[in-house]
Design a protein around this ligand. Structure first.
Ligand SMILES: C[S@@+](CC[C@H](N)C(=O)[O-])C[C@H]1O[C@@H](n2cnc3c(N)ncnc32)[C@H](O)[C@@H]1O
Length: 504
C-alpha cells in the first residue's frame, strides 16, 4: 500500500485500503493450502483439483487471482509457480518466507483491538497464558518467522563491510535464531559469535546450531546488565530497539557501548521513521498493540544518542526493503572504511528533507527532452523575463551533452511553496557534494524564488539554478515514464514540483 497520491483517484484509494486485507487473505490461503509446493512444475487445473479434492470453479477463480498477483503463471489450462514463488515460497529453500507469512496471519486477530487500544491509550492485548509446550511452539514459530525475514537483509548488511577483514568476537543481542550472525560466520573465518537472548529462545538456538562450533550462547535480559565478556568487534542490535521505550533503548545503548572494542562496530538494524515511512508507522502501531512500551524510532534520535555516548556513526542506510541500518563505532576510521552505497544514503537524505518521493533515473537514457519546453516558459509562465528565470535558454543539444555527462540522476518530487522547495534542493546538492559527488548539480522547477528582489542582473548569484524546462527537459514524459502520476492541472488541483539531482 502506498501513500495517497493527489494525482490519483481519491475514492479508489479509499476502496483499495478498505479491501487490502483481501490480498493478505489470498496469500495466507495459498501458503496454508501448500499451493506453491504442489505446482513447481506446470499442472493442469483438473489435476490440481483432484489433488485438493475440490471443485474446478472455485479453484480456477482462486488460481487466476494468484496469476494476476504474479504469484503463479498460467499457460492454457496449466498453472505453475512464478519465479518469485519458486524462490521464496517453497519450504526448505534458503529464503523461504512461508513461516513469516503464517506468523503475520497469527498476529492478524490482534489488530482487531486497535480502535480500543487507541481509545484507552494503552495495550489491551496480552498473549494468553498457555501451558509451557504451547508457548514453546509459539516461540518457535515466531523465531522461524524472524529467521525468514532477516536472512536476505543480513546478506545485504554484511556486504557493507566491503573489504574490511573482520576477526574477533561478535555479540548478537536479541539474536532470535542467530540467522544474522550466521551470515558473518559464512563470510569470515576468524570470528566467533555469542547469541544473547531469553532462555526459551536460546534453547531453540542450541538445538538448531548444535554442529556450529563458533557459536556460543548467553542467556540474559537486555534490560538488565548483560554480564558478557566485553571487547566485541561487532555488536548486532537487529530488530530489537523497536520493542522498547526511549529509556530502555538508552540502557541497551549504554550496555552496547560498554562492551564494544575501541576498533569495533555497532550494527543497528531496524525500522526507522524516516525510511519506508508508511511501513514504519504501521510497525509502530503493531508495537503499540503487542508490546508494553515498543515504538519505532527516528534514525536521527538514535544517531543523537550514539553521539552523546561518544560514538561516530554513519547516516541511516536504507535497505532494499522496509528497514534500514546505522553503523556506529568509537573509531571514525572504521565508519569511513565501510562500503556504504552512497546513492542509497543520498536517497534517504532526500526523504529526511521532507520531499514526497524520489526515483533513481538514468540521465543518459531516461531524461527526455522537447523543444517545446523552453517555449512553455516563454509563452506560458507569468514570471518569464521578470529577472528571476533564465531567459537565455541553453541550446537543447548542449543541454543534452551536459545531462549525458552524469551517470546517475535522482528525480525528486516536492510541493509548493517554491522557495522552500528550491532551498531544500540546494541543500540536497550540498549533501551530495559532501558525500563525495563532486559534480553534483541540481535542476529545479519554476522561476528562481530564493530572494524577495532578484539581484541576479547586478551581481553573480551562486545560489540560483536552472529549471528543468530551461534545459529542454520534457518533465511530464520523464516523470511519467518512471511510473509517477502527473496530471495537467485544473484550478484547485494539488501541485507537484519536480527537480533533478545529477550525480557522477
Ligand atoms: C524481533 S526478534 C529479532 C531477532 C533477530 N535479531 C532478527 O533481527 O531477526 C527480537 C528478539 O529479541 C529477543 N528479546 C526481546 N526482549 C529481550 C530481552 N529483554 N532480553 C533478551 N532478549 C530479548 C526476543 O526473544 C527475540 O528473539
Amino acid at each position: 500500500m502506498n501513500k495517497f497520491d493527489p494525482h490519483g483517484s481519491d475514492i479508489q484509494y479509499l476502496e483499495d485500503i478498505a479491501t487490502s486485507y483481501w490480498n493478505s487473505e489470498i496469500l495466507f490461503s495459498a501458503v496454508e493450502l501448500d499451493i506453491f509446493e504442489d505446482i513447481q512444475e506446470p499442472m493442469l487445473l483438473n489435476k490440481i483439483c483432484k489433488l485438493y479434492g475440490c471443485g474446478e470453479e472455485s479453484m480456477r477463480r482462486f488460481l487466476d487471482v494468484l496469476v494476476t498477483m504474479g504469484l503463479l503463471t498460467k499457460y492454457q489450462d496449466s498453472y505453475m509457480n512464478s519465479q518469485m514463488s519458486n524462490t521464496y515460497l517453497i519450504k526448505g529453500k534458503e529464503l523461504y518466507q512461508g513461516d513469516s507469512i503464517l506468523w503475520r496471519k497469527e498476529l492478524k486477530s490482534q489488530w482487531d483491538v486497535l480502535t480500543e487500544t487507541i481509545r484507552r491509550g494503552k495495550r489491551i492485548h496480552y498473549i494468553p497464558q498457555d501451558d509451557e509446550q504451547v508457548l514453546f511452539e509459539r516461540t518457535k514459530r515466531y523465531i522461524n518467522a524472524m529467521d525468514a525475514v532477516i536472512k536476505s537483509k543480513a546478506k545485504e548488511i554484511v556486504s557493507m563491510f566491503g573489504n574490511l577483514e573482520l576477526k574477533g568476537k561478535i555479540l548478537d543481542v536479541g539474536a532470535g535464531s542467530g540467522a544474522f550472525s550466521l551470515e558473518f560466520i559464512k563470510r569470515y573465518s576468524n570470528i566467533s559469535v555469542t547469541l544473547l537472548d531469553l532462555e526459551n529462545v536460546i534453547n531453540l538456538g542450541k538445538e538448531k546450531y548444535k554442529d556450529v562450533d563458533s557459536i556460543k550462547y548467553h542467556m540474559a535480559n537486555i534490560l538488565e546488565e548483560w554480564k558478557v565478556e566485553g571487547d566485541y568487534q561487532v555488536i548486532i542490535l537487529s530488530n530489537i530497539l523497536h520493542a522498547y521505550s526511549e529509556d530502555e533503548v538508552e540502557h541497551i545503548l549504554d550496555e552496547a557501548v560498554k562492551n564494544i572494542s575501541n576498533t569495533g562496530c555497532l550494527v543497528i538494524h531496524d525500522f526507522f521513521m524516516e525510511h519506508s515511512r508508511l511501513k514504519a508507522g504501521l510497525t509502530d502501531l503493531n508495537m503499540m498493540i503487542n508490546t508494553y512500551n515498543g515504538k519505532v524510532f527516528y534514525g536521527k534520535w538514535i544517531g543523537d544518542k550514539l553521539t552523546e555516548r561518544g560514538l561516530n556513526h554513519s547516516n541511516l542506510v536504507p535497505l532494499e526493503g522496509d528497514t534500514g541500518v546505522v553503523f556506529a563505532s568509537p573509531s571514525k576510521t572504521f565508519i569511513e572504511s565501510l562500503a556504504l552505497n552512497k546513492i542509497k544514503v543520498i536517497s534517504q537524505k532526500i526523504a529526511d528533507f521532507g520531499f514526497n518521493n524520489s526515483v533513481k533515473i538514468n540521465p543518459q537514457k531516461e531524461v527526455f527532452q522537447t523543444s517545446i519546453a523552453p517555449l512553455k516558459c516563454e509563452y506560458g509562465c507569468g514570471f518569464y523575463a521578470k529577472g528571476t528565470c533564465q531567459t537565455e535558454h541553453i541550446h537543447i543539444d548542449k543541454a543534452r551533452q551536459f545531462i549525458s555527462e552524469f551517470s546517475v540522476g535522482i528525480l525528486i518530487e516536492g510541493e509548493p511553496p517554491t522557495k522552500e522547495f528550491q532551498i531544500s534542493m540546494l541543500q540536497i546538492e550540498k549533501e551530495a557534494f559532501k558525500l563525495g559527488f563532486y559534480k553534483a548539480f541540481i535542476l529545479w522547477a519554476g522561476p528562481c524564488s530564493l530572494c524577495e528582489r532578484c539581484k541576479g542582473r547586478e551581481t553573480h548569484c551562486s545560489k540560483t539554478r536552472p529549471s528543468m524546462e530551461s534545459y529542454g527537459i520534457d518533465v511530464f514524459k520523464t516523470v511519467r515514464e518512471k511510473g509517477i502520476k502527473l496530471k495537467t492541472l485544473d484550478n484547485q488541483d494539488y501541485v507537484k514540483y519536480f527537480g533533478l539531482l545529477l550525480l557522477e
